[in-house]
Design a protein around this ligand. Structure first.
Ligand code: G1P
Length: 297
């Protein structure tokens, strides 16, 4: 019987230099899309997928992230006294149960594979999810939930996947497809950030993974790969060599690369437009902005 996936690792140790100077004092994951920090989107997605234990791999300077998940009794009391029940509920939805959340430090920035490996002692011999909070996915059914459902049928190892243009294949882990079954592909190879023109397909890995415990063992022995870093992609690719199944899952939804400024802005606009309380005013504003721009051209 396939085991249920109840633990997720969130690698959040990155310095976020692309967002300097903001990230000088604010962890990137606390930056907000509309009014919710990036990390909240990742947590909500994990909860929807049935995740019960949340493992953050952090680094120096990320304490604001730990505080964010704490209860804030004074604030809650104030809101209660003032009868602001809706805000109170919003606040409570960010609370985590005691013991449900763990923080591990990655002491050196040695790559995504290394970050995941730092959490090895918190996992038993069980499959686990990895969520990269930079990849924000707007979807009717949250992406990881879609994957958990597919995983229940297939088992093995599963990565979220999406087609990217030829000139972007050097920014992702790329899949070498064995068999394309539509929403799922089986994979015969994976390569991290190949040179342009050398990718085995246009199907890129997006930051959602469901992995077997064996991938963690592979990380134990792994040497550095692309960019001199220990790559998660390589540890998963080793499973193919071990004759284990690796699947790419074409999720239904829109992915935003919130690790880049353009992607972050696009996500902000998309999430604002999706909000009932903001939609009308914001759409009017955007329409005005566009007509001003078009008139100037
Ligand atoms: C990481 C992974 C890469 C994956 C990407 C998805 O790269 O190493 O395989 O395609 O996330 O966002 P990063 O963007 O952290 O360089």
């Amino acid at each position: 019987m396939k085991k249920r996936v109840t633990k997720a690792i969130f690698p959040v140790a990155g310095l976020g230099t692309r967002f300097l100077p903001a990230t000088k004092s604010v962890p990137k994951e606390i930056m907000t899309l509309v009014d919710r920090p990036l990390i909240q989107y990742a947590i909500d997605e994990a909860r929807a997928a049935g995740i019960k234990e949340f493992i953050f791999v952090t680094s120096r300077g990320k304490s604001a992230l730990e505080d964010y998940f704490d209860h804030s009794p004074e604030l809650e009391n104030q809101l209660r006294k003032k009868g602001k029940t809706e805000l109170l509920e919003t606040l409570k939805s960010t609370n985590m149960d005691s013991g449900a959340i763990a923080y591990i430090r990655q002491h050196k920035p040695l790559g995504l594979g290394h970050a995941v490996w730092c959490a090895r002692r918190l996992l038993a011999n069980e499959p686990f999810a990895v969520i990269l909070p930079d990849d924000v996915i707007a979807a009717e059914t949250p992406c990881l939930q879609q994957m958990v459902e597919a995983y229940a049928e297939l088992g093995g190892n599963m990565v979220a996947a999406m087609e990217v243009p030829d000139n972007r294949t050097n920014a992702y882990g790329m899949l070498d497809v064995k068999e394309d079954m539509g929403s799922v592909v089986s994979v015969k190879g994976m390569v991290e950030k190949p040179k342009i023109g050398e990718a085995p397909s246009n199907l890129a890995v997006i930051g959602r993974y469901i992995l077997s415990p064996q991938v963690m063992s592979n990380l134990n022995k792994l040497k550095s790969g692309a960019g001199g870093e220990i790559q998660l992609t390589d540890a998963i690719a080793q499973e193919i060599e071990n004759s284990e199944n690796v699947y790419g899952f074409r999720f239904r939804g829109q992915r935003f690369d919130c690790g880049s400024k353009a992607g972050f802005l696009q996500a902000t606009v998309a999430f604002a437009m999706a909000r009932e309380d903001l939609r009308d005013e914001f759409t009017d504003f955007l329409t005005d902005m566009l007509s001003v721009r078009n008139a100037a051209q």
